[in-house]
Write a protein that binds this ligand. Structure first.
Ligand code: AMP
Ligand code: ZN
Length: 133
């Protein structure tokens, strides 16, 4: 556990939370300031600051939990859609530096905003990026 990490404390039960799911490696809780009704966070119990620090095995498990909980939220709350969001780094909007995955149920005409202005893929960028792999 990392000192003074609020999600370490929540995930390990040191601070109470509205828990919707728990297993050996994860706890999923309701977000205190939900973007929409049902906004849930999946938090690993072992500290990892972000996706890059997440152990491979934990990374593999998290999407399977997102699928299961997301389906339950969508159906149970009669949502029309679901965003799965995961921020890494301040530039990407991460505010709590312990990996977490957001499940955000979406309702027709809700006020959630996860949109961006579509750009254009330039030939130079395409060449540069394809060269990375
Ligand atoms: P991010 O911006 O991706 O780091 O998201 C952090 C999320 O954690 C935000 O949606 C906050 O509302 C949520 N949050 C912060 N502290 C708590 C807490 N103590 N319990 C539940 N959710 C929290
Ligand atoms: Zn932590």
């Amino acid at each position: 556990m990392e000192n003074n990490c609020i999600f370490c404390k929540i995930a390990n039960g040191e601070i109470p939370s509205a828990t919707v799911y728990e297993d050996e490696d994860f706890r999923a809780i309701l977000d205190l300031n939900p973007a929409s009704k049902g906004h849930t966070l999946i938090i690993p119990k072992k500290h990892a600051a972000n996706l890059f620090e997440l152990p491979e095995e934990t990374a593999e498990k998290v999407l399977s939990i997102a699928k299961k909980l997301g389906a339950r939220l969508k159906e149970g709350l009669h949502a029309e859609g679901l965003n799965v969001v995961q921020n890494n780094g301040e530039a990407a909007g991460q505010t709590v530096m312990h990996f977490h995955m957001h499940l955000i149920p979406r309702y027709n005409n809700d006020t959630v905003n996860v949109k961006w202005v579509p750009g254009t893929l330039t030939e130079d960028d395409k060449k540069e990026i394809l060269g990375l792999f």
